[in-house]
Every structure is written in structure tokens, then in C-alpha cells.
Design a protein around this ligand. Sequence first.
Ligand SMILES: [Mg+2]
Length: 258
Amino acid sequence: MWPVLFFLVTMVVISQGSALGLNGHQIHLLQPKSGSWGLHVPNVSCLSWRLGVETHNIIGWSTVPKECEGYVGHYMLGYQYRSDSKVVANQALLYAQSLDLAGDGKDVWIFDVDETTLSNLPYYAEHGFGAEPYNSTLFNAWVLEGKAFALPESLNLYEKLLSLGIKVVFITGRGESQRNVTTTNLKNVGYHTWEKLILKSSSYTGVTSLVYKSSERKKLEKKGYRIVGNMGDQWTDILGHHAGNRTFKLPDPMYYIS
Ligand SMILES: [Mg+2]
């Protein structure tokens, strides 16, 4: 009985591996083929694409591959996105708690806004989770509604950082014209105080996010602030100069900003 059962299970596992084209390359045989763990798409593993995006191996992309729209949607709306965000926030908190802070009010933590402290998921859910080309008119209209919600893991981290005596500075690619709605939106969802809210002024028109954010961080340090931590959903939030003592990358497989 047992040898027969073992044979049947082995055959099922082998046949699944064959279907995935994994013969001879298995690291682990138990690979789910659907849902947020890896929607099966011929010739494209959306999970591999997302990993490439998150590790900054895939850069400069303009839209989510059309065949991965469903996969990214499941990921963003499901358990995995929140779980991944929680790991990042937890590590950030452990790091912050380990710091020997001067207590002079000059220790700051930089947060990006969109997909970091605020989530635009309701908008992206209506627009293909990044599979539709970016439409600035539609997106700005959404921003002006001021209805973005807080990413819970970031809000929790924000509260803990404040309690540790670390001040918060937001640096966002949103323009100065969106200062009022951004302020109101942040306050409405729980971000009740901050040291600075830095928006992209017109002097940075045509300048990449990487250069803009690096320049603003440099100004902060010139004013005597110490950037103890820096968190964003884009690599350009945390690369460049004056990036901070430690950086934290939140997941975002929906869009890429250079
Ligand atoms: Mg962002």
C-alpha cells in the first residue's frame, strides 16, 4: 500500500514540475501555480518579474506587463503585500529602537508619501494596477480628492518613531500645488505632525526624482538634521546621495519612477 502511494505522489510531483519546465532545476518542488504566489503565465513568471522589479534588476519599465495585471492585483489586494510591508516596517522599527539618539531634536526619519505613507490603491484598482499607461490628468484628479488611505504598517511605524523622539520629514514627488490636499489627506488618516513636508517645487521641473530627493536631503543635513532612516516604495527614494544612515524599501510592483 505505502510503496504504491509513494509512487503516485512522486508521479504527481514530477508531472507538476514538468508542467512548469523545472525538470532538473528544482530547488523546491512545492511551487503553487496560481494566486498571489505566482499566477501561471506561459513564458512569463509574474512572480519572477515582481522580484526583478523589487530588487532593482528590472528598471526603467513603464507599465506592468499586461499578462501580470491579475497577478499584481491579487498581490496588492491580498495578504502578501501587507505581509511584505510589515516585514519592512518591523525591520525599520527594530533598527530605530537600536539607535543611540542624541535627543536634541535633530534626528529625522524621511518618508516618501505615495505608496509609502499614503496608499493610492483605490485608484490603481480602477486602472489596471499599473498595467494601464500612467495618466497624469486622472491621477492628479484622484490626488485632489484627498482620499488616499494610510498604509497601516507605515502609520504604525510613524507613531513608534515619534515616540522614540525621531522627527518625521516627508519628501514627495507631489508638486507644491498639492500641498494643501496632501496636508489634509495625511492628517485625516492619522499623520498628525511632522517636521517638514517637502514637495517638488517648480525649480525641479524636468529633474529626476533621484536628483530632486538627493538635493533636498542634502539641504536637510546642511541645516543640521541627521537622517537616521529613509523609507520609500521607489529605489529613487533611497538611492542617490545623503540617503540616510539606513534605508528601507517598501514593495511596489505597480509603477517605476526614475
Ligand atoms: Mg512613492
